[in-house]
Design a protein around this ligand. Sequence first.
Ligand code: SAH
Length: 455
Amino acid sequence: MKKSDIIKLNIEKTASDGRGIGYIDGKICFVHGTLEGETVEAQIYTVHKSYITAGVTKILSSSPLRQESYCSVSDTCGGCPLSHIKYEKQLVIKRQHVVDTLTRIGGIENAESIVADTIGMEIPARYRNKMVFPIGQKDSGAIGGFYAPRSHDVVGLSDCRVGEDCAIKALTTVVNFMNEYHIPAYNERTHKGYIRRVFVRCGYHSRDLMIVISSYNEKIKNLDKLINTLKNTDFGTYNLKSIVLNVNSAKNNLVLGNKNITLWGEDSICDSILGLQFNISPHSFFQVNPTQTERLYGKALELAELDDTKTVLDIYCGIGTISLCAAKSTKKVVGVEIVDAAIEDAKKNAKANGLKNTEFFCGAAEDIVPTLIKKGECPDVVIIDPPRKGSDEKTLSAILTAAPERIVYVSCNPATLARDAKFLTEGGYKMTYATPVDMFPNSEHIECVAKFERN
Ligand code: SAH
């Protein structure tokens, strides 16, 4: 068997990344765009020692779990690898992945009974409040859209089912301006040109809209024309509040550079979560699925069982979203976060919401948390919401020393949740409940919230 060969196989399982799994001559084969119960014809992409990857060329018998034509560019984009699967089944696949990972990596024997059903969306589309579109240059002019899988070739886009219409409108307006005034896109190879990305952020409750234009070179001609056009564009139910030029003159591939110049309007926009107001600037981390964020935080707070006698330590607190939601119904919250600007935002957000029972510390959790605990900080409840790589032994050991009644763990990566769960379990805690919350329908990403209780 070699690259480009056509094979026929039965798909027996569906992996959590949306690929079907079958066997060919006893070797495991991952086939893009297929699902369990189907018989397919596929073309081999790669042959490895222990597995093969392939892409479907023909579906010979299709599964009733298949959903047709969710999006016209899903084959070339790759951003929604589960989009060929009916939503109810996506939720089942995500839960099963959490159960399997907690069992295999976390050693949690009763995972099947403690993991609840995935909390899904009613309408799993147009959910993102932040869209980042790379800009590329073709002979025909500038185009904006997305990177083709495993490349930096920009594929043009006229719609995207995960974003709001206003995002596409902003993208189209900027690209049209570039073509009208002959402003070339930034070229990654020659390091010439201007615009690298169009970054759009909107407030679900506030209906505020922010458009950030990221450019290699800040001296873009005729920017006043672009500002005028954007100001006169109809963004539907959204109101344009801010146009920012972000300068990224580095030869890196970061989404944004460090320098922001407000071209028009405010430096930041607002949105609310569970009735609290948050200021969001271009660099702030803010959950991207607003309706599911309220469910995720609501579940985390329910599991935290707070009352006005409890002290909470919120580790990896970002701009203080969970901290402030917790502060409404508890005695005191201490937040820890590594990004300086996020801590400044957290303090401002606390003040703007009139919450005086919060304290925020800036620094790495692995340094700050052990110090706080040594100094006598004694949380009743710890909430942790680390990045994908999970927490670390220094932070977790300090939590074990503090011995809170409960730990609520919000995770965007089941594998690191499971690894950290093992550490906490060996340290005298028991995972008593977990639930996936679908923050990213049609994608392979899985968010999860888990509760640990002291033995
Ligand atoms: N709880 C917040 C943010 C979660 S994202 C929310 O829901 O919005 C994870 C956060 O961890 C990010 O803000 C990131 O800056 C922060 N972070 C990453 N590594 C860290 C570390 N070593 N110590 C403290 N914070 C860290």
